[in-house]
Design a protein around this ligand. Sequence first.
Ligand SMILES: [Ca+2]
Ligand SMILES: [Ca+2]
Ligand SMILES: [Ca+2]
Ligand SMILES: [Ca+2]
Length: 254
Amino acid sequence: MAESDTASTAPAARPAQIGPEAIRQCGDGEGSVDVDGDGLSDATENCLGTSPYEADTDHDGLSDKAEITPLNFGGQNWYSDPLSADTNHDGLPDGTEWPTSAGGTAASWDPDGDGVPNPWDADNDGDGVADRDDLSPFSAMTPQASLNLRLWSQPSSGEYVYLTFQVRPANPDHLRYGAVRLDWPHDEDGTIRDLEDAGPNDDVVIYPLLEVLANTLPTETETAYYQITHLPNTDPRDQISISLYLVPAALAGG
Ligand SMILES: [Ca+2]
Ligand SMILES: [Ca+2]
Ligand SMILES: [Ca+2]
Ligand SMILES: [Ca+2]
């Protein structure tokens, strides 16, 4: 398909963005000289701007040929960028968002069924938490009143197991006061008093807490270090509260 097949062929005009027009201009790769063996001729790669010496120019796990081959999904053609490891700039490389059936590592093209395949979707699982903030970007949980965590193997004595997880209120609006400084009205009698009225929004900061029922109470050192509060309760397990750290949401309303 290419007119010339030498790696030294300079492109007359490189397309600004790789898409249908670029593929029309440069061809889709057939040719006799394909130094890196990725299915795109050297001439086509010189025209597109991909490397004729590397099968995967942007090192995202997908060959240049795979990336310029349009994906027909949901009634339209989608074009990946072989010059960017993260086509939609959502923090997940294309190879992570591509499904295993097409050479990537994701379970499917579109887990939330919104018609937008992962490599072009900023929120793959549609839970309102953007991929770049989401610890589990391919699966959404329905709201639950409580969650059980169980270790399948017991750590050795003195050994720590660190867990990182995200929690989110069913209604994200309930976090609107989280870690925001608020003003306390002038009050000389209440449990919380504000006598000096020095300025607006300088008195109170509200942090969300996670209530945990645990079989083992943290040590005093751990309690102080992690700002853990022991709460009185009637359950045979210990009830503690742990401060949550807010993750700034990248999506509006997230
Ligand atoms: Ca090639
Ligand atoms: Ca690639
Ligand atoms: Ca991405
Ligand atoms: Ca998400």
